[in-house]
Design a protein around this ligand. Structure first.
Ligand code: GLP
Length: 262
């Protein structure tokens, strides 16, 4: 089962991720970070950027792979995931942009881009630490309900729910949100050595409960985390509100031995 940590704020959750990522970078300076877009990881990136600056951590050899990208959206578009990762991760952390990869959503080459992306991750030695958000329908990356739990990186069709959720990044206009994407598959994500899923707010409570305490089902793609040997779910009280074992998770974390890390 995933470890569940219930925090008081996104900032506290961000600091827990930052501790973990900073440790990784110190012990493995050319580590591979798995990166996600969306609002959920923002506090975590800010906390890591502050840690890198304050502690003078050398990130020059850190590599990164993002989860997904819209199909057919110019990578220079401000809401492309390439631009988003540049703005929220590469620049604040001071990573080398050449070492950070985002799936290529160019329609002319997209048919082969998935296999090539998985091959590039494998050639890099695999992802060490994958950060994840979760959609209100339980998607991770852009693996919508019904996604194969063994899938590799490939093209997917976005659900209307996801396009409505993401319209806020496109001036509220759902018709501006692309209909297709390229995303790491669930099988790709499960190969990462450690997964950290972040979720905040009541809107995520149902998806979180399904993920952690529901059955493993492609209908809630994030439930595949139950198959991973080292997954951590860091959420706030609102996102935890529908968990049946909430008190146990809190007790376990409050009484965690000092020799156990996340
Ligand atoms: C998008 C991204 C996901 C992200 C999700 C939730 O669909 N492809 O990777 O987890 O949005 O976003 P937010 O964290 O803003 O709620």
């Amino acid at each position: 089962m995933a470890e569940v940590i219930i925090t008081e704020s996104e900032d506290e959750a961000g600091r827990i991720y930052a501790d973990c990522a900073a440790n990784l970078i110190r012990t493995k300076p050319d580590c591979v970070l798995g990166l996600a877009t969306g609002s959920s990881p923002l506090a975590a990136y800010q906390a890591l950027a502050a840690r890198v600056k304050d502690d003078g951590i050398d990130v020059s050899r850190v590599r990164g792979f993002a989860l997904d990208e819209y199909a057919g959206l110019d990578p220079r578009h401000p809401q492309s995931y390439r631009s988003t990762i540049e703005r929220t991760v590469i620049e604040p952390l001071g990573l080398d942009p050449a070492k950070v990869h985002v799936p290529n959503g160019n329609l002319e080459t997209i048919a082969d881009a998935g296999h090539e992306y998985d091959a590039a991750i494998e050639a890099a030695g695999g992802v060490d630490l994958q950060i994840l958000g979760i959609g209100t329908d339980g998607h991770i990356g852009f693996n919508e309900p019904g996604s194969s739990l063994a899938s590799g990186t490939r093209i997917k069709t976005l659900t209307e729910r996801t396009r409505i959720d993401n319209a806020r990044f496109f001036d509220g206009a759902i018709d501006q949100v692309p209909t297709h994407c390229i995303t790491q598959g669930i099988g790709t994500i499960l190969k990462a050595r450690q997964l950290v899923l972040l979720a905040f707010g009541a809107g995520k409570a149902e998806a979180v409960a399904e993920t952690v305490e529901g059955g493993i089902s492609s209908f809630c793609p994030a439930s595949a985390l139950q198959l991973h040997p080292h997954a951590t779910v860091i959420i706030d009280e609102a996102a935890a509100s529908r968990l049946r074992n909430r008190d146990y998770y809190k007790w376990a974390y409050a009484n965690k031995p000092s020799w156990q890390s996340i």
